[in-house]
Design a binder for this molecule. Structure first.
Ligand code: GUN
Length: 281
């Protein structure tokens, strides 16, 4: 058996085309404010990609740039102004912030209605309560969309989420729980990752640890979702999961690149459009 590869790039493309059509049909221009503080090289690339993808579907972006030594008060003042600005539908504070800045304090300042990342405790709380109407973080939202697109049955399945970040792990665990999975969350202090993996029908790995999930970790027919971004010994981009080795044992797998990554951007754009529509209902 060879695993079915879930083509996130293609699915994300279809979602972006749909968003583009909807924005054109409605003749609207949703607006996203992007705040980038410091010069983290990965963040620079992510922000550029998000802006490009937004422009392609008809979402306007405005970038606010700050240096590493930005005073947190400047960020808070900007967010206060953007919260009040009716022309701005979404606010994205790119993480990580420069060292020494308390990111949750700044994130919590964003109006929950403009929190297109879904990181505000209000939106996280709605997700935890299993209530609709909040904004769900783009990466886990995109992963759930991939699982559903692939027709994977979720109710009653043992799902293992590796990683407990507010960006991926925690919201992912909640989404899977809301889909009636039996969810475990593993993290850096977890004692026996291998046996947890061996018991999992679905594994979502979001650690950035190269080849953390090996072939002998997984059960036959496991669904493997890879959120990791790593470089192998030859500098090739790859994920947390030993892709080649697991191919003939898993049932479904996402590749890196071309799996989860493109979905994150598509879901962010969807969140911006949804924020616009709610604000203009
Ligand atoms: N840094 C890494 N991923 C993300 C994300 O999805 N949103 C924001 N704002 N920052 C990030």
């Amino acid at each position: 058996m060879s695993a079915t590869i879930i083509n996130g790039k293609e699915i994300a493309f279809q979602i972006r085309e749909k968003l583009k059509n909807e924005i054109q049909t409605r003749a609207i221009t949703p607006k996203l404010a992007v705040i980038l503080a410091g010069h983290d090289p990965a963040s620079e690339i992510y922000v550029k990609n998000k802006q490009k993808a937004a422009a392609e579907v008809g979402i306007e972006t405005v970038l606010y740039r700050f240096e590493d030594d930005v005073n947190p008060k400047e960020l808070e003042d900007l967010i206060d102004a953007l919260n009040k600005d009716f022309s701005v539908n979404g606010i994205l504070l790119q993480l990580p912030l420069p060292e020494g800045i308390d990111s949750s304090k700044i994130l919590n300042r964003i109006s929950p209605q403009k929190d297109v990342d879904g990181f505000h405790p209000f939106n996280m709380g709605l997700l935890m309560a299993g209530m609709n109407g909040g904004t769900v973080a783009a990466t886990p939202k995109g992963i759930l969309r991939l699982l559903k697109h692939a027709g994977i049955e979720l109710a009653g399945k043992n799902a293992l989420v590796i990683g407990r970040s507010n960006i991926v792990g925690k919201p992912m665990a909640m989404l899977l729980l809301n889909e009636d999975c039996t969810v475990s969350v593993a993290h850096s202090k977890t004692k026996d990752l291998k046996s947890l993996c061996q018991n999992a029908d679905i594994i979502v790995s979001a650690t950035g640890c190269l080849k953390l999930v090996q072939k002998d970790f997984i059960k036959d027919g496991a669904v493997l979702i890879d959120v990791g971004i790593c470089r192998d010994e030859n500098g090739k981009l790859c994920g947390d999961i030993d892709f080649e080795a697991c191919l003939d044992k898993a049932s479904f797998m996402t590749p890196v690149p071309g799996g989860v990554g493109p979905m994150t951007i598509a879901m962010l754009l969807e969140n911006v459009l949804e924020a616009y529509l709610k604000q203009n209902a």
